[in-house]
Design a protein around this ligand. Sequence first.
Ligand code: ADP
Ligand code: ADP
Length: 596
Amino acid sequence: MVAHTQVSSLIAPYGGSLVDLMVPAEACDEVKARASQLPSIQLSERSVCDLELLATGAFSPLDRFMGQGDYERVLHEMRLRHGQLFSLPVTLPVDANPALHLDRDIALRDAKNDLLAVMTIEEIYPWARDEAARHVFGTLDVRHPLVAEMHRWGPLHIAGRLQVLQLPKHYDFQDLRLTPAQTRARLEALGYTNIVAFQTRNPLHRVHEELTKRAVQEVNGVLLLHPVVGLTKPGDVDHYTRVRAYKALTAGYYDPNRILLSLLPLAMRMAGPREALWHALIRRNYGANHFIVGRDHAGPGNDATGQPFYGPYDAQDMLHRYSGELGVTMVPFRELVYLPDEERYEEVSRISSTTRTASISGTQVREQYLNQGRTLPSWFTRPEVAEILAETYPPRYRQGVCIWFTGLSGAGKSTTAEVLTVLLLEHGRQVTLLDGDVVRTHLSQGLGFSKADRDTNIRRIGFVAAEIVQHGGVAICAAVSPYRATRNDVRHLVGADHFVEVFVDTPLEVCEARDTKGMYAKARRGEIKDFTGIDDPYEPPENPELTLDTVTHTPEDNARRILQHLLQCGFVRAQTMVVNNGTHAATVESASGHTG
Ligand code: ADP
Ligand code: ADP
């Protein structure tokens, strides 16, 4: 089970050697054949990540999901039952299941039913959620993402010997996905003993670059740039974007002999200090004997009272306390700021109160730069990184938006939508018009006007609109959409920030008098049933973004009002007019104050 590593210049794995749970190639066919006869369970995304790190020895000396002895001691003392440090539980929670028997094998599969491993069940034991939450996270507050997630975990843990047949398949960035053994081999080849690891779940900016370079100098070694690509905090920048940025940075700005970029398929717990200790232990297994810890390491944000769950330096204190025993030296990340007058970075604690400094917060990056299409300055982030972020987070005027017209038949939805379509095209946006009547001839062909069919029609339009919006287009939808609950569902499907509900508030008498298609007359004569406003209800929106009056305003007036609203929200860019002499471009058509 345990592979012996050769004599190395790097620090040994924690516990002496790397755990290796992979079934040897020559035995694979036999184990697979047996597994196909076994009952199986499907692992969560989190458990798949855990299994991968167990299999490759990243959690050495842990060689299985924890049994009760390990689990209890980890909760109370941050140690495995034989005494080695281990600060977070790694368990396999399951629902009660008649297929689970002690001393029987069970197949472990991923969400796509791919066979990953066989477990011999040696223990089945209940666990208590509140006890775990209190000890591991120090809170029962469900604002903590893991405490909230634990409410969905099964009530039993299973544990036992693991035979791993294959690692979870990854199709992205394959050359950067290195196991602990592969990472060690690469580091070894660089020829230094001291390896300083940097954990991250965020894009790296100039201060991070500066800080990691200082750390490399300080330890006279190599940087293991080790971003997490498993599960991080909900809302983080996706790993595809981050890894493209790490690659650009590594390739352009570091000495290639002093850095190794490798991706860690870890499922983070956001457990602050306990997580920092766990991160350091994991990095030791990858060959690092130094570990950078900053402010609020692995912090989950604020609790229900608005307070941070952990103190800003709790993680540093924790690591400081155990670093001797763990064999990993903590490199504290001292907060750096940029000094524009001197064009350099300096530790906050080392500058006088009169020195001019510059910094940009995460919120400012999004709101004042990316959303507005402004380029991040090069003192803040490298241009390559700025470009990658700008691709993922285009400015508002290139983000998708759905304009959802609702109102009675004949209210003027289609007529207004057609004018708006032209105005938006004039302003450089890509538009798809999903008109109820037109949609009913293809996407929703065959659907009638029962409540169920109407809902299906609206949900189909909503689904298409959500796809268009996600890919940066403008979806204009014009359907009666009489039911409030269904419209609200669509709002959430599209994303409330990208949804503009326009209530075309034309009185029934006016619609009926227009009766462009003769429908109202037919409905009054009883020739068609369930006609909205006649014998089927229309539920007006409670808080539409806009309400249109088509009695006193023309379709063009109303369309321009919507355009103005979109300008104000930033979904349309104020137009730049080329002045006739051709030399200069000058401004602007709106009073919104928005600059492009
Ligand atoms: P809907 O799509 O809401 O069923 P339509 O746009 O197809 O409605 O039909 C509205 C009818 O009312 C059109 O014939 C249009 O010319 C007429 N109409 C008259 N005044 C207006 C107005 N101010 N806004 C929109 N349509 C109007
Ligand atoms: P929804 O599916 O939300 O009711 P649509 O805009 O897709 O709205 O379809 C409504 C259109 O279909 C109306 O403009 C009208 O011309 C036509 N129609 C036919 N029968 C009915 C009916 N029973 N109720 C409402 N509209 C009907």
